[in-house]
Design a protein around this ligand. Structure first.
Ligand code: AP5
Length: 216
């Protein structure tokens, strides 16, 4: 099965939800650029504080900063057999930098799984999303509620809503996605590595479709 995998999709498409499952099945780490920024912010590092200025507005953090951060993560020993990338790359510049970094090690992206979801569904998903502060498990008030409101089923941690999941910031994030990230669909289609998966079905059905796509 492919091991260098990108999950591509709009904010709210279900990348994080599905990556959690894929990482267990494939035995390779889940690397999410948004999580790396949020973790840096929690530690109040200069990178985290810089990223916050952009994240709060729904804008992309500059390529230079993002590429350096992800390259550093990919160089760690646990990423040597493969990785599930979530939220990176998001611009053509980032995609080219990733190709170059992997090529230096004689590697390449095996598969890009494009999770496609209609815009109105994305907005509904983000407005109902709750995340565990401790283990980052993702819930939804309607489609995937925790057993006890406000508490994580997995670890009992406190659930919170992301500050960039407000209606105005979500609108901006979607605009940025259509403008700056959608061109990657063509980029990876031309390279023959992209498979589109219908993300507008249940979490379990999307999961099955992704695993099927990885068998190709
Ligand atoms: P990031 O953290 O990457 O957020 P995002 O791409 O906007 O994606 P999300 O995490 O919002 O959505 P998701 O697809 O993971 O959906 P989820 O599984 O949670 O980026 C945040 C910010 O960081 C950016 O705006 C930018 O500022 C910065 N950044 C990050 N990467 C960057 C980069 N490479 N370059 C520059 N800047 C960068 O699911 C959403 C909800 O839907 C959940 O409630 C879930 O339970 C529910 N759900 C999931 N699947 C289903 C389903 N099939 N049916 C019903 N509900 C579902």
């Amino acid at each position: 099965m492919s091991k260098y995998i990108i999950l591509l999709g709009a904010p709210g498409a279900g990348k994080g939800t599905q990556a959690t499952m894929l990482t267990e099945v494939l035995g390779v780490p889940h690397v999410a650029s948004g999580d790396l920024f949020r973790s840096a912010l929690q530690k109040k590092t200069p990178l985290g504080l810089e990223a916050k200025k952009y994240m709060d507005q729904g804008l992309l953090v500059p390529d230079e900063v993002t590429i350096a951060m992800v390259r550093e993560r990919l160089a760690l020993p646990d990423c040597q057999e493969g990785v599930i990338l979530d939220g990176f790359p998001r611009t053509l510049e980032q995609a080219k930098a990733l190709d170059a970094a992997l090529a230096e090690e004689g590697r390449a992206i095996d598969k890009v799984l494009y999770i496609k979801v209609p815009t109105e569904e994305l907005v509904a998903r983000l407005s109902g999303r709750w995340i565990c502060r401790d283990c980052q498990a993702v819930y939804h008030t309607i489609t995937n509620p925790p057993k006890q409101a406000g508490r994580c089923d997995a670890c009992g941690g406190e659930l919170y809503q992301r500050s960039d999941d407000t209606p105005e910031t979500v609108r901006r994030r979607l605009e940025v996605y259509f403008e700056q990230t959608m061109p990657l669909i063509e980029y990876y289609t031309e390279r023959g590595v992209l498979t589109e998966v219908n993300g507008n079905q249940s979490i379990a059905e999307v999961q099955a479709a992704l695993l099927e796509a990885l068998k190709d």
